[in-house]
Design a protein. Sequence first.
Length: 130
Amino acid sequence: MDYRELYRIAEDAAKNAYTPYSHFNVGAALLTAGGKVYTGVNVENSSYGATICAERTAFVKAISEGEREFTAIAVAAGDTPALPCGICRQFMAEFAPDIDVITGPMKEGEEGDGLQVRPLTKLLPEAFVL
Ligand code: THU
């Protein structure tokens, strides 16, 4: 799948984010090796530490449906270029150490439509492995 399309799915998913505390909506679209897409949003909690990020939501949905191989994840947060947090980087490295991470914001007409593609190994070199 085209990464622009994947990013648009992430943008669309962000509308479902539950963010009464930060009001910072994030959407993720996770592409499996088989071509299926699982979306995720951040789901906040009044006990802030219980919040889950959009990226981990997408992974948890996919893993719990039996998926194990992933090729790319797009992360959209409106006009802000949101890179995955440290916990999400480690979480993703468990299943997809070299997944492509696509971030925006998308600016159509610009080089690559404004999208950035980074392998997770660049965002988290030498990840912890048990
Ligand atoms: N958040 C994500 O969902 N993904 C990221 O990549 C960065 C941060 C969420 C967590 C929290 O709900 C809000 O953004 C502000 O930190």
